[in-house]
Design a protein. Structure first.
Ligand SMILES: Nc1ncnc2c1ncn2[C@@H]1O[C@H](COP(=O)(O)OP(=O)(O)O)[C@@H](O)[C@H]1O
Ligand SMILES: [Mg+2]
Length: 915
């Protein structure tokens, strides 16, 4: 199965042609050609410019920002948006060539005679009058890009016109180049606004990528581009071009993914070279060292070049100096430069850089993470650092989540006979790199460590990998049991028992997990690793057992404890947040669940930890499911599936695929949904059995989308499974789904019972909703709809409103029916979902003529005007209007506007259906 295709060949685009001879080229060419037209973000800046232009006391705005920040593009956008009726836009053309010609920048707007006269006060006045003369009474907007290149006469002209409020002067200048004094004076004297053009945020980088690449890019790629370019618009454009040109991108599940490393094309290299022109060889050397050294202490760097060189590159904005761990460290402001410099450095030069860095860092007092780098540089240079150093560096790299490096170092440590010491980085590292089979083979090879602690850790990493990596749960249990027989100490045994508790909970045995976890916690000290793992298992179990307060408390404590152990067990965070988000979801705290899942995703992306990213994609998808945001659900599932497939996480992949199927079913893509579900079913997933109810529910939604009468029964199976787990919240959610599929009577009794057990949150609300639906109680449904909206689920609220509309209509209350139907449609609009309740909504249907007339009435036309428009009698128009009001359940024209967009006209004019 080839699921990843190069983006460049993804599609063929039309670049030019007159219809008879179209020119088709790879899609990437079109994307590159369109890069310059894209405009993203900058709302804040645009608003401020707009406000300044309207402000009576202001006559200018100065944009300032780094080279390539996006100043020129922003100016172009202001010009594009300017209203020609109100403004005459005069665009100065400032460049090196005109910078010594008086009025050179405004030459095209000024009379030829003026260009020949000497520059004096008289000429200045004439020039201003000439511009005013062309304005035809409109306001003048002088737009000056690269203001530092403006000739003196033009500066004076702009300054004077701004001072006398004869024009609004909008300038752009590069920070560091200095803006002309008079323009700066305008700002300091309060006549002009000073507006900084900031680097793009990560979200904006994501938007740029999405619009240039023709669809969403995975979070990890967005993060890398954002980091590499420092959010610089120009560098981002060039990097995108390089990615498109080299075919470095692949398309998986409709998500654009990056390759192992960012591409360096000769064009990109040339551009970086150009940016570095004028630097002394010493400055360049400083940059090269940073390219290999990443973040280097300023003292070390100054020792290798000179302090003056470091100061120069910092002043030029190419290097950033930050205080980290109590000392100043330098790094490249745009890490993309580092990629270019490294790619271009000849081998021997690269080697010498690493050698010098390693020597200098070792000689100085190394800071945190420095020794790890030294080991990495030495390895890269083909040297053999000592076994102890490698083992220490491996653990360090591991705790920093540098997966590739820790993997490489762990391999060396094993060769040097230090395998036992690096068992965890080795095992987890391989597992998280999608190589669980290798991990098991290499761990099994390490033999039986002499020390109990080492034995416990080796056993636990192996068992974890067997269960969650290879989905071989029985083997994992066997290993843990024999491992326990081989241990006597309380703490080493507790480590394995805590892991057993975790396997219990993910196996769906929530009660057993709580019991075992509590035993472990009673046996070991408060801050031990075993206690932390046990606390996580307990917290997750409590979340599913619907004991939310205890769960939040347990997980909160686990969060605190995990700060200490996160470096050794990076999966702790994932399971903690999995529990937390479920505790929120199952008690109806949808908005909190959303915030938690999104924050976790951001952290995972910032750490470039694919395993965690895929997990957080699932959590975000589950939140989106609860809120009924189908597009978001699909997007998150696709990204997660692409990662999990690439990394071979079978259990997680199965849940993600099922969730994808659920989203596709709601989006009406039944075939694709069935395919995804079949694939999910093909992957065994005993290690994540706890999440199986989600898969069963997905199955029921796929069935419902295919109009299968079995859908409610399948959802009931999901509920039964959750009940088996003791997962009351999940059971209630599943039963609610059964009701949503049209079988409320079936589940009412059990939901009532569950609602009686649980005080607040979602369960009583689900029960009340189902109660009202079963009884056909319109007012009850209205109340449920309002509550569900408040909970943060527009889709569920829309469904209740749709049911309410049908109840009212059945009772003959057309006005109430119409209002509820309108509410249902409005709420469902953002969701994009098709569900049985929404399909069953009978909408008031206007005839085409009624709709046309109502539309004009909504725009404020009188009946007489409408009658003239359609050549009808006024009486006929009024009759049509009255019928429309009756169908929509409204009293007059004022309410028409909001409703009309929601109700499309019927196709058949003659047989107007009644409500
Ligand atoms: N808001 C934006 N959205 C998308 N692309 C942008 C935006 N601003 C700038 N760019 C891209 O970055 C490039 C450099 O921007 P530019 O405005 O020329 O920078 P500056 O004038 O600050 O040096 C532009 O050619 C454009 O492709
Ligand atoms: Mg520019």
């Amino acid at each position: 199965m080839t699921l990843e295709v190069p983006v460049a060949r993804e599609q063929v685009g039309l670049i030019a042609g007159d219809g008879r001879s179209p020119l088709y080229v790879p899609r990437s060419w079109v994307a590159i050609a369109e890069l310059g037209q894209i405009f993203v973000g900058r709302q804040d800046e645009l608003d401020r410019i707009d406000a300044a232009m309207r402000h009576p006391g202001l006559s200018g705005a100065a944009l300032i920002g780094a080279g390539g920040a996006g100043k020129s593009r922003l100016l172009a956008e202001v010009v594009r948006r300017a209203d020609e009726g109100h403004h005459l836009v005069v665009r100065a053309c400032a460049c090196q060539a005109t910078s010594s010609v008086p009025f050179g920048a405004f030459a095209q707007y000024l009379p030829a005679a003026l260009m020949d006269t000497a520059f004096n006060g008289n000429a200045l006045r004439m020039a201003a009058d000439a511009l005013i003369g062309q304005s035809g009474g409109r306001d003048l907007l002088l737009v000056i890009d690269d203001a530092h290149l403006l000739d003196e006469a033009s500066v004076a002209l702009a300054f004077q016109m701004a001072r006398h409020r004869e024009a609004f002067v909008l300038t752009a200048s590069r920070s560091g180049e200095g803006i002309p004094d008079p323009i700066a004076d305008l700002c300091t004297s309060g006549l002009a606004e000073w507006i900084e053009v900031r680097p793009f945020t990560r979200a904006e980088v994501g938007e740029v990528l999405a619009s240039t690449l023709g669809g969403p890019a995975e979070g990890a790629l967005v993060q890398r581009c954002w980091e590499a370019t420092g959010g610089n618009a120009f560098l981002l454009r060039e990097l995108t071009t390089a990615m498109l040109e080299t075919g470095a991108l692949t398309l998986a599940e409709g998500v654009r993914r990056g390759g192992e490393r960012l591409p360096v094309t000769s064009r990109l290299a040339g551009l970086v070279d150009k940016r570095l022109t004028g630097l002394t060889p010493e400055c360049r050397r400083a940059l090269e060292l940073l390219a290999f050294g990443d973040s280097v202490s300023v003292d070390v760097l100054a020792g290798l070049v000179s302090r003056a060189a470091v100061e120069t590159v910092e002043a030029r904005g190419i290097v950033k100096v930050e205080r980290l761990g109590g000392r100043d460290r330098a790094r490249l402001a745009y890490p993309l430069y580092g990629d270019v410099l490294r790619a271009r450095a000849p081998r021997l030069r690269a080697r010498r850089c690493r050698e010098e860095l390693a020597g200098a860092v070792e000689a100085a007092a190394p800071g945190p993470g420095d020794l790890l780098k030294v080991a990495a540089w030495r390895l890269e240079n083909g040297e053999r650092p000592s076994a102890v150093a490698v083992a220490a560096a491996t653990r360090d790299a591991w705790s920093r989540m540098d997966l590739p490096l820790s993997g490489q170092l762990a391999g060396c440590a094993v060769e040097a006979g230090k395998g036992v010491e690096v068992a965890e980085p080795l095992g987890y590292g391989l597992m998280f790199a999608g190589r669980s089979g290798d991990a098991e083979a290499r761990l099994a090879h390490l033999g039986r460590p002499a020390r109990e602690r080492d034995r416990a850790r080796l056993t636990s990493v192996r068992a974890f990998n067997l269960a969650f990596g290879l989905d071989n749960v029985s083997e994992a249990w066997l290993l843990l049991r024999t491992g326990l027989d081989d241990l006597t100490g309380g703490e080493p045994r507790a480590e394995l028992r805590a892991l057993q508790a975790l396997l219990h909970v993910f196996g769906g045995r929530c009660h057993a997990a709580v019991v075992l976890a509590e035993q472990v916690m009673a046996d070991v000290p408060g801050d031990s690793r075993a206690r932390c793992v046990a606390e996580v298992a307990r917290g997750v179990a409590l979340a599913f057992l619907r004991r939310p307060e205890e769960s939040f408390q347990a997980l909160g404590e686990a969060r605190e404890l995990s700060l200490r152990w996160q470096g050794e067990l990076p999966w702790l965070e994932i399971f903690i947040e999995l529990g937390w988000v479920h505790a929120c979801l199952l008690t109806g705290r949808f908005l909190e669940a959303q915030a938690q899942a999104a924050a976790g995703y951001d952290r995972a992306v910032a750490r470039q930890f694919p395993f965690a990213i895929a997990w957080f994609c699932l959590l975000r998808a589950l939140v989106a499911r609860a809120r009924g945001e189908v597009r978001e659900e699909l997007h998150r599932c696709r990204e997660g599936v692409a990662i999990a497939r690439h990394h071979g996480d079978r259990g997680l992949l199965a849940v993600l695929l099922a969730q994808l199927a659920q989203g596709l079913a709601l989006a009406g893509e039944v075939k694709a949904a069935r395919r995804a579900l079949a694939e999910a079913d093909g992957l065994a997933q005993r290690s994540l059995w706890l999440l199986q109810p989600w898969i069963e529910l997905a199955r029921s939604w796929v069935a419902a989308a295919g109009d299968s009468p079995d859908a409610p029964a399948i959802a009931e199976k999901g509920a039964a499974l959750a009940r088996e787990f003791g997962a009351v919240g999940m059971e209630a959610l599943a039963l609610h789904d059964v009701a949503r599929m049209g079988a409320p009577q079936h589940v009412l009794a059990r939901l009532r019972e569950l609602a009686g057990q649980a005080g607040d949150g979602a369960v009583p609300l689900y029960a009340a909703h189902v109660e009202a639906a079963a009884a056909g109680d319109g007012d009850g449904l209205a109340a449920s709809s309002a509550e569900l909206e408040r909970l943060g689920s527009p889709l569920l609220a829309a469904e209740a409103a749709a049911e309410q509309a049908n109840c009212h209509r059945a009772a003959g209350d057309l006005a109430a029916a119409s209002a509820a139907a309108a509410r249902a449609l409005r709420l469902a609009r953002s969701s994009g979902a098709r569900t049985p309740a929404l399909s069953a909504l009978e909408r008031p249907r206007l005839t085409r003529r009624e709709h046309q007339i109502a539309e004009l009435a909504a725009k404020g036309l009188s009946s007489k005007e409408i009658s003239a428009h359609f050549v009808l009698s006024v009486r006929t128009v009024e009759n049509h209007l009255q019928r429309a009001y009756r169908k929509l359940g409204i009293g007059d024209r004022a309410e028409l506007g909001a409703l009309l967009g929601l109700f499309q006209p019927a196709h058949d004019d003659d047989h107007s259906p009644t409500m």
